[in-house]
Design a protein. Structure first.
Length: 674
């Protein structure tokens, strides 16, 4: 288009259609590294470049962008080129943006709460979806943002979002020559942005980072405890947030771990795949995930609050996951009596999450009568070993030395008094999951002289089933049939499917009774009504089970369900393991027991704070303590949901457990007894 600038006044600028823009009517609203921004009288925005920024390439790029006529609400795209009175290109006109920079609103907790005080995670999801729709539109029009960052996105509301500084976008033959390290994919870190074209896959990395920082406001995906420079972490893909069984125990403490827990399985998987495995999603794929998450939020399946109220939580360093490892190592056998007989007397010590247990068999009784509860001397002492784990799953060795070592020593003395020749010592979830578990085993060896075998989940499951088969054949018609074993311990709940004694599948849920108790206090406020608090824990259990069944679809049809653990044995209402053993419990019975238990605890205690004080500040010795009732209520809810999902109508209670299985296996090994 020909423009005749002869005689035109220097008091005006001119757009490409020769419309005059009076300098006197411009209102300066900001200045940056490239130029100054003004508001025009017709409520548009004029960007004027500094003289040193003006190049032929820039003019040609803006000319191309104007010719493309990208029109989408909130994308502040160049609409008209602007010239001075001499006809020289100096800037462009775009629509007006409103709101606050994403960085100075959503990404800073105090400003987020000030700017948008009523926002919940639903609002964050709407915001994210609106951003994604704009990005999807740009990509469909062959435009890559390149320098996607929170300073170039303005937020006026969850629905009203503006993209600014669009003149830096990559379009046609014009590169995006700028970038922000945090939003830069690992494969292009350290490169000169002006020397290459961004790919759509590079953009997908930036998008995932932006979404992560929306949901964990302002927290970058690669920040973690003890981490190096952020760029180094990105290059090394040091993503520390746990997913399924993957964790390095370095995810940031505080509200971040609770926010992460309230993301859906699909969202966590998408973030993990992006930041750990380099599998990146398009805006359309993210939108689909977020729409599903939004429905879950609306239906109260996830916590809507953006930030947990950590000031009213009880224990910030408490571990809410004690099931992130599956290492089996260590020696199992310790010779107690050096002058071994040909028929050695054997015993088992089990170091569980809640207690230390000792089992001594009477050889003569076992040889003549087979399994009988009277054939064993058993003793257990509560140690709450799992409570020695901190938020990073490090065991406090001083705690262990003070609480657990004396009990092990006591049992070792009992073994000598009963003339035991060999003791087999095993450890389960709490020690298995501890990052410093080798130090724990060394401490036990030095202090007590015992070797300890840390069992894998598979070894634990096999020994637990062996215990029931050894002790419960009278309750089972066909020992070769399919079995599903539910073992609810303190640190985890193990679900294992067996056929003909062979493990078909085993899966571990970090929802043991100690973990459930921790979640009751960590994820609820002091004043939360106890019934409501239980419902919050129920929701977390259901979320965990939903994740499990999405990933694992074990065929438990016609399988006999055997269950072991304190909750299910106490649920029988019978006093001893001998009486509890072999009891059949129906789904209807469990549902009734849940209601009864919740009613009993709600009559005694109004709030989470009341229950906490009763557990930690009370000397109550009766059987149904606050802790017993709370664990029973939450543990049985988990059983109920598992039975419904596996279509289990009734289960058999095992009163024996792991330690009997270890004893039986070693007894067979020594005496070749079937």
């Amino acid at each position: 288009m020909f423009k005749n600038f002869f005689g035109k006044s220097s008091n005006y600028y001119y757009d490409e259609n020769d419309n005059r823009i009076s300098k006197d009517e411009l209102e300066e609203i900001g200045s940056g590294g490239e130029g100054t921004v003004f508001k025009t009288k017709d409520d548009k925005i004029l960007k004027l470049y500094f003289e040193e920024r003006l190049t032929q390439e820039l003019e040609e790029k803006i000319k191309l962008m104007v010719s493309r006529r990208i029109s989408y609400s909130g994308i502040c795209w160049p609409e008209n080129m602007v010239f001075n009175h001499e006809g020289k290109f100096i800037g462009y006109i775009m629509c007006k943006a409103k709101g606050y920079e994403l960085q100075k609103s959503v990404f800073m907790k105090p400003l987020l709460q000030k700017r948008f005080p009523d926002w919940t995670r639903v609002n964050l999801t709407n915001l994210a979806i609106n951003i994604l729709k704009k990005l999807d539109f740009l990509h469909e029009n062959h435009v890559i943002v390149g320098d996607l960052n929170p300073f170039n996105i303005l937020v006026n509301s969850e629905e009203e979002v503006y993209f600014v500084d669009t003149d830096s976008y990559q379009i046609g033959d014009y590169k995006c020559s700028v970038g922000t390290p945090i939003f830069t994919a690992p494969e292009i870190q350290g490169k000169n942005f002006g020397s290459f074209f961004r790919t759509i896959n590079h953009e997908y990395f930036a998008i995932a980072t932006l979404l992560f920082m929306i949901y964990l406001p302002g927290k970058t995906p690669y920040s973690f405890q003890g981490g190096e420079d952020v760029v180094d972490n990105i290059i090394k893909k040091n993503f520390s947030y746990p997913f399924d069984e993957s964790a390095n125990f370095l995810a940031p403490k505080g509200p971040w771990e609770f926010i992460w827990n309230e993301l859906s399985y699909e969202l966590k998987e998408a973030f993990y795949n992006t930041f750990k495995l380099d599998t990146r999603l398009s805006p359309k794929e993210w939108i689909k995930l977020l729409e599903g998450y939004k429905k879950e939020l609306v239906n109260d399946n996830y916590e809507k609050h953006i930030f947990p109220d950590s000031t009213t939580k009880y224990v910030e360093d408490i571990s809410v996951s004690m099931n992130r490892r599956n290492e089996g190592f260590g020696e199992i056998e310790t010779v107690i009596n050096e002058s071994l007989r040909y028929d050695p007397n054997i015993a088992v010590i089990e170091l569980s999450t809640k207690a230390v247990k000792m089992l001594i068999g009477d050889l003569e009784q076992i040889k003549t009568r087979g399994f009988n509860f009277k054939s064993f001397k058993r003793e257990a002492k509560l140690t709450n070993t799992g409570k020695g784990l901190d938020a990073e799953n490090n065991m406090d060795l001083e705690f262990f030395k003070a609480k657990v070592i004396p009990v092990i020593d006591h049992f070792k003395s009992a073994l000598k008094a009963h003339r035991v020749d060999i003791v087999y010592t095993v450890a389960t979830a709490a020690i298995r999951s501890a990052k410093n578990n080798k130090n724990i085993l060394k401490l036990i060896k030095e202090e007590c002289g015992l070797n300890v075998k840390v069992l894998t989940k598979e070894e634990e499951a096999k020994a637990t089933l062996d215990a029931f088969m050894f002790s419960g054949k009278s309750y089972i018609e066909d020992t070769e049939q399919r079995f599903i074993l539910i073992d609810q311990g303190g640190g985890s709940t193990e679900i294992t499917l067996f056929e003909k004694g062979r493990i078909l599948e085993t899966y571990s849920l970090d929802l043991g009774t100690v973990v459930l108790e921790n979640r009751l206090f960590v994820n609820n406020n002091i004043d939360t009504d106890i019934r409501r608090a239980f419902k919050e824990v129920d929701k977390q259990i259901n979320n965990k089970l939903r994740y499990y069944f999405q990933k694992h679809a074990p065929n438990a049809e016609d399988a006999t369900c055997i269950s072991v653990g304190t909750v299910i044995t106490r649920a029988t209402g019978k006093a001893t393991n001998k009486r509890q053993h072999g009891t059949k419990i129906t789904l209807e019975y469990i549902e009734n027991k849940i209601r009864e238990t919740e009613d009993e605890i709600a009559i005694k205690y109004n709030s989470v704070g009341d229950v906490y004080e009763a557990i930690h500040g009370s000397t109550e010795k009766n059987e149904n303590t606050a802790e017993d009732l709370a664990i029973m209520r939450m543990g049985l809810f988990m059983y109920k949901e598992l039975m419904k999902r596996f279509n289990i109508k009734e289960l058999l209670v095992s009163g024996t457990g792991l330690w009997y299985g270890v004893y039986y296996d070693k007894y067979k090994e020594i005496y070749e007894c079937s």
